[in-house]
Design a protein around this ligand. Structure first.
Ligand SMILES: NC(=O)c1ccc[n+]([C@@H]2O[C@H](COP(=O)([O-])OP(=O)(O)OC[C@H]3O[C@@H](n4cnc5c(N)ncnc54)[C@H](O)[C@@H]3O)[C@@H](O)[C@H]2O)c1
Length: 512
């Protein structure tokens, strides 16, 4: 049976930003839409906006005039909820308040047929708590779209505690037929995308709070150093926070942390609480982590790396593959490498820690001559945009300057951090992988759905489990164990899903 046959007539309650997008998507897919809002002017504005969108799509050649007219004709608006009686599915997209949604579902249940499906587009409320207002909660599920609905091609189908499996299957088929990708998640805080997205901002904020770098410096690293199959993050975490605005994102960070009973991985930062209180909300207030003039971000250019007159000889700690690759790159960049088992008294000492800070990695060596470099992502000569260095607090400025000059010799940008377990990229990426693995471990969603949701919903260059696979599960465990050992913070404990698969040599996609 086609989904038009299964749900020929869909009610949409709430004609705001989301309701109108949902109406457009399903009208284009051939369904009759009945749009209802408590404010009649909202439905009028929605119909107007959808009509203009169809016009634009025909002008761009994405739809024929006949298709646009037919799709527009499939949408009607009604003032009274009772007019939804003939809808086999009603999707709710009203104000984000539990009392309002529960009241609406209670009313809808008395209007629609006994076998009609009721779905909520809530982003942050419990689908189960909304369904509990109904005498038949098994017919209620979540159908969580992203804004703008026609362009964001992933939809979370949320299984409430009492949702009927057949209802979930029907919603999956309905979403698939529109061309969007359905992902299924159980009803848990943040569902899939907002749960998996916790690592990026909170870990960057943690590093900022530790004074490891400034916001601009952290953004540069995550955009330019991180690379999965040639792609980095499109926006740095602080650019992203500026875009979503702190009055939206800080409460979400707090709410998800509290809803998971103070899970350390999600611990929010006092930085965003203070900045929100101070009105530094982001783009919309003209100033956030960046300043905006006429809507454009203002940020200072990066200072060039000062040259040094003569480089000291270089000694690389370690005898594993990672150390050998670092030695080869340093030589290619012009370093005079020492090959002894210990550095000479003049040598710049290079460290390549995973998860540890430079101080821990410098144990047993002269810390005043030690500089660590992040080797998690490619740093090869002439193909690398940015290398990231980290001195110990005791490193002499002369040795740091030598390391900066050496690693800038081929024109790559060089970031210098204050000492931090896991630099920036290691800690942020390991946290994203750890949270993705926790989602898999808790059986909130299937591994492939976790990755698909994160790629499409958050625009990351790879899904969390894919990131772990590309870098190697054992490497991610080593980073997390290093960070955990240095900080003693349970936030960094390796996820069990990850640890077991790394130990057994299984892919992170392996389900048991
Ligand atoms: N905006 C987003 O980015 C986004 C993304 C995903 C999910 N959501 C969720 O979608 C829902 C709607 O969000 P939005 O951004 O479209 O909001 P919105 O404020 O743009 O629109 C809400 C509409 O619902 C109407 N409304 C309010 N109470 C009503 C009621 N009791 N009965 C009928 N109509 C009522 C309002 O008049 C308004 O037109 C919320 O639950 C929100 O959390 C929003």
């Amino acid at each position: 049976m086609s989904t038009q046959q299964d749900f020929p007539r869909i009610g949409v309650v709430g004609a705001g930003a989301m309701g109108r997008g949902i109406a457009q998507l399903f009208a284009q897919a051939g369904h009759e839409i009945v749009l209802c809002d408590s404010q009649p002017e909202a439905t009028a504005a929605a119909l107007q906006a959808i009509g203009s969108t169809f016009e634009r799509l025909t002008e761009k050649g994405r739809m024929s005039v006949a298709e646009a007219q037919a799709a527009r004709a499939r949408i009607t608006s009604v003032e009274r909820l009772e007019a939804l009686a003939g809808c086999g599915l009603v999707i709710e997209a009203i104000i984000e308040r539990l009392d309002a949604k529960r009241l609406l579902f209670e009313r809808l249940e008395k209007i629609v047929a006994p076998d009609a499906v009721l779905a909520t587009n809530t982003s942050s409320l419990s689908v189960t708590a909304i369904a509990a207002a109904c005498s038949r909660p098994e017919r209620v599920a979540g159908i969580h779209f992203f804004n703008p609905v026609p362009l964001m091609k992933v939809v979370e189908v949320i299984r409430g505690v009492r949702s009927d499996a057949a209802v979930i299957e029907r919603l999956i088929a309905l979403v698939s037929a529109t061309g969007h990708r359905p992902v299924v998640a159980s009803d848990t805080p943040g569902f899939l995308v907002n749960h998996a997205g916790r690592g990026y901002g909170t870990e960057a904020l943690k590093a900022l709070g530790e004074g490891v770098s400034d916001a601009v410096g952290i953004d540069r690293i995550l955009r330019e150093q991180v690379s999965f199959n040639g792609n980095g993050f499109r926006l740095g975490p602080f650019e992203l926070l500026d875009l979503t605005a702190l009055d939206v994102s800080h409460p979400v960070m707090e709410s998800i942390y509290r809803q998971f009973y103070d899970e350390a991985r999600f611990r929010p930062s006092v930085i965003t609480a203070q900045r929100q209180a101070g009105g530094l909300l982001g783009r919309k207030s003209g100033e956030g982590f960046y300043r905006y003039v006429d809507g454009r971000q203002v940020s200072a250019d990066e200072a060039p790396v000062p040259p040094v007159s003569a480089l000291p000889p270089v000694w690389v700690k370690g005898d594993d593959d990672r150390a050998a690759a670092l030695a080869a790159t340093a030589r290619e960049l012009g370093a005079d490498l020492e090959s002894g088992s210990q550095p000479s008294a003049r040598a710049l000492i290079l460290l390549a820690p995973l998860g540890e800070d430079a101080t821990a990695a410098a144990a047993g060596l002269d810390a005043s001559r030690c500089v660590a470099i992040d080797t998690l992502f490619g740093y090869a000569v002439r193909s690398c945009k940015r290398r990231v260095l980290m001195p110990t607090p005791a490193t002499h400025p002369e040795f740091l300057a030598a390391a900066r000059a050496l690693f800038a010799a081929d024109g790559a940008a060089v970031s210098v951090l204050r000492d931090s377990p896991g630099f920036i990229a290691q800690r942020v990426v390991a946290m994203i992988v750890a949270i993705g693995c926790e989602i898999a471990q808790q059986r909130i969603a299937d591994p492939t759905d976790i990755d698909a949701a994160v790629r499409a919903g958050l625009g990351y260059p790879a899904g969390p489990l894919e990131m772990g696979e590309l870098l190697g599960p054992a490497t991610i465990v080593a980073i997390l164990e290093g960070m955990h050992a240095v900080t003693n913070d349970p936030r960094y404990r390796p996820a069990q899903w990850l640890r077991r698969r790394a130990l057994l040599g299984l892919p992170l996609y392996h389900q048991d």
